[in-house]
Design a protein around this ligand. Structure first.
Ligand SMILES: [Zn+2]
Length: 163
């Protein structure tokens, strides 16, 4: 367990913010920094916003991908995919969706991007729903697997080894 110096608990807000950012830049997990500095919700949010704006790549690693943090409506019934690893396999996402299918598995709907494993006539595909942005359509599919292979790609996606 990493220890974090806690000598700034009584420091004014700006200093606590700066200290939080310093620790986050050393890749301290966000939960640890929050507890060590006893950040309140507003300070937490400010630190997260700062990191996301100034160091988006680090923010994804230590805080996680951007989600709608206002909602807090995670039903907790389906998995959250892990943060994709730098070494991940890039799936080929196509904007055209080949018809409907039976949902075999899905990720949690509280995330900005959610995934479904769909089966249709013995062929499996992964459907991705997200906020559209340049180069990424709202709905896209990676497809064309038989069952065992589809299960493996689904696991890899959940673990951050494929995305
Ligand atoms: Zn969730």
């Amino acid at each position: 367990m990493t220890t974090i110096p806690c000598n700034r608990l009584g420091a004014p807000l700006a200093e606590r913010h700066a200290e939080a950012v310093r620790q986050l830049l050393r890749f301290q997990p966000f939960d640890q920094v929050r507890q060590a500095l006893r950040l309140n919700r507003a300070e937490e949010r400010r630190a997260i916003e700062h990191m996301r704006a100034a160091y988006p790549w680090i923010a994804v690693i230590i805080i996680g991908p951007e989600e709608d943090e206002d909602l807090g409506l995670c039903p907790g019934l389906a998995p959250h995919p892990a943060v994709p690893l730098p070494s991940r396999t890039k799936l080929l996402w196509c904007a055209d969706s080949p018809g409907e299918g039976r949902v075999v598995a899905h990720t949690c709907m509280c995330q900005m991007t959610s995934y479904e494993l769909l089966s249709n006539g013995g062929l499996y595909r992964i459907r991705r729903d997200t906020l559209p942005r340049p180069g990424v359509p709202a709905v896209s599919c990676a497809s064309g697997w038989r069952r065992p292979e589809a299960g493996q790609w689904w696991q890899r996606l959940l673990l951050g080894h494929a995305r």
